[in-house]
Design a protein around this ligand. Sequence first.
Ligand SMILES: *Cc1c(COP(=O)(O)O)cnc(C)c1O
Length: 359
Amino acid sequence: MGPGPSDVPQRILEAMARPTIGHLDPAFSTMMEETKALLRYAFQTENKLTFPVSGPGSVGMEMCFVNLVEPGDKVIVCVNGVFGGRMVENVKRTGGIAVVVEDAWGTPADPAKVAAAFAANPDAKLLAFVHAETSTGAQSDAAALAAVAGRHGALTIMDCVTSLAGTPVLVDEWGIDAAYSGSQKCLSCTPGIAPVTFGERAVAKVRARKTPVQSWFMDLNLVLGYWSGEGKRTYHHTAPINPLYGLHEALRMLAEEGLEAAWARHRAMHEKLRDGLETLGLGFVVAEAARLPQLNSVYIPAGVDDGAARSRLINEFNLEIGAGLGALSGKIWRIGLMGYSARQGNVDYCLKAVKAVVG
Ligand SMILES: *Cc1c(COP(=O)(O)O)cnc(C)c1O
């Protein structure tokens, strides 16, 4: 019950144990098409260019930045935790100019500050933000942030690694141009696959680049030949066949449950965990309105040793929870309720274990 990877259901592990076929096999192509359609459902988008990148969520992040940022492009980046900081690094390494809009860790990105940054930088071409900051448990208002970018004609890159399938992610309704996620958080698959989606404006920007994408592997123009163009797929790289079986199964499970039901389950489990933790005297880091149900960050009670308590949880209870990062290290715990981990038995077990180590 840490900040990912989440528990992987047996059904997904069994799907991954199927025989490895060729990545250009017609049966594999059929599965790829199904996976793309299921991902469009998960992202709530009609974007044709929606597919799973071979690599962890961080590769999904790089895929967005290396393709959409050209040297000299100004990018407004919201930073309210670890992952926003990584976006800044991505902008710099692609030769872009990062305009950082900072908010305190544990609070959402402020759309008013973003509007002020656009007013001061009318030449900014992109806005990048993290929808669900896993380092703190805060969720930002993606619709409001994207609306500000839209008013300034800028494209948006959204990190929805932790939000996808846990809380609403509405790529088309919000007007997001590029988004990336990960397989191991609320999708409850094994790590190593990054679902991504790119809208038409994003694809047009990539096609109109004056400089080639610095990364050969992540160049969308080349990957496109592999993931689109049915019947005429060409070799680009060898896809991770078995992990993709797993993702396909995870997405089928999501479609069977239904997105709304999955969101409601995460919320209901969070409320049970919250009530129990508050009864034990643990206070939440993030204000109710911005709190992620799938990532519960709570202050470690006074007098409780962080390392010793988490060691006991692992050794005596076989339960992993996350530590605080950066300035919050040693001060908070991050308890994940992601995907298959968000279930009643886990909540009850976690409360029992936490009670034993803080009591
Ligand atoms: C986990 C996470 C990532 C990185 O995903 P990896 O699969 O670990 O590379 C990026 N952004 C956020 C918000 C995350 O929670």
